[in-house]
Design a protein around this ligand. Sequence first.
Ligand SMILES: Nc1ncnc2c1ncn2[C@@H]1O[C@H](COP(=O)(O)OP(=O)(O)O)[C@@H](O)[C@H]1O
Ligand SMILES: [Mg+2]
Length: 379
Amino acid sequence: MQTRDNAPALYVGLISGTSMDGIDAALVQFGNHQCEVLATLAAPYPDELRDRLISAAQTPAECTVDRVGHLDQWVGECFRDAAIALLEQQGVAADAINAIGSHGQTLRHQPRAARPFTLQIGDANIIAAGTGITTVADFRRRDLALGGEGAPLTPAFHQWFFADRDKNRAVLNIGGIANVTLLLPESATVAGFDTGPGNTLLDAWCRESRNEPYDEGGAWAASGTVLQPLLNEMLADPYFKLPPPKSTGFEYFNSAWIKERLAAFGKDVAAPQDLQATLAELSARTITLSILEHAPTIEQVLVCGGGVHNQDLIQRLQSCLPGTSVQSTGDFGLHPDWVEAAAFAWLAKRRIEGKPGNLPEVTGATRATVLGAIFSGVA
Ligand SMILES: Nc1ncnc2c1ncn2[C@@H]1O[C@H](COP(=O)(O)OP(=O)(O)O)[C@@H](O)[C@H]1O
Ligand SMILES: [Mg+2]
């Protein structure tokens, strides 16, 4: 294991986001102010686990302590197996790895409850014991303990990797929820927040209407027509007007949210693809309006997350930002599918080095703090 400052160091980042599509695992090498993703693995959840996670997140009243415990253990095993498979695939020994950073799976995120909390499952004891590698997990709750949202946590990494001295850049992650990081050279601080739905509503309607996990390439949305009055009804949701710091989750923007908006709209949607088009336009509008409100001089939007593969959504984003280049983070040195996993590898490195991981101006915490609990890899 490398221990000298600035010597190359190997970390593994593991995350499953709000889409609950499965685990992204990345083997990341860090050098002096740079990092390189050496190997990656996407480990989809078994269908039954995914269905149970979605149902637990969508209907919390039915989610008993026993069910949470069961899922915590099952997800922990999946994360452990993803880490082991990644290292085996690459022929890298466990003792070559400095640490694993495991985000886990968010089951519930309630930063604005009377007693704010956020819950990521996937027992890190199972990961540390099964791999023999020190594992950093539970990244969000220290920030909450300091009055923050506990999210988003990737902006510090986005700043470290993507900030440019001359360009006004936004890094846009389109996962289930979309979040932006605004990197403006003339500003002393970084802004970052969840803009609202990324893919989550698109996926929910696709599952419900077509029994498919997502709208491949956004082709279905592209075949529909945006229903402007319904879009206006959706845009009126108070979340979009909240000032940052703000973060949200799957338990808010989900199929129940779509049904409530349809009920408020008061009319049936005759063609399901028109609803898909309207939801895609909603994601594009809320993302771009947020960017323009806080960074009207934005020059480049660097996109990562699964939404980058949705050409229809990317076209809608570009249409809303005519003077701005909308490009994949891949054009800037980091493949869009692995930015989040690399971020949690980086956050693990920060924790091991005793350095802060949050940006208080992003999360609203009273101060910068180390993030994550350390689960020793040795018995
Ligand atoms: N080829 C594709 N076409 C359209 N959408 C896609 C495609 N690939 C991935 N996605 C979308 O990206 C989502 C997964 O993105 P991801 O970044 O993993 O989100 P999360 O971090 O919330 O898990 C999928 O649920 C789907 O909506
Ligand atoms: Mg995912």
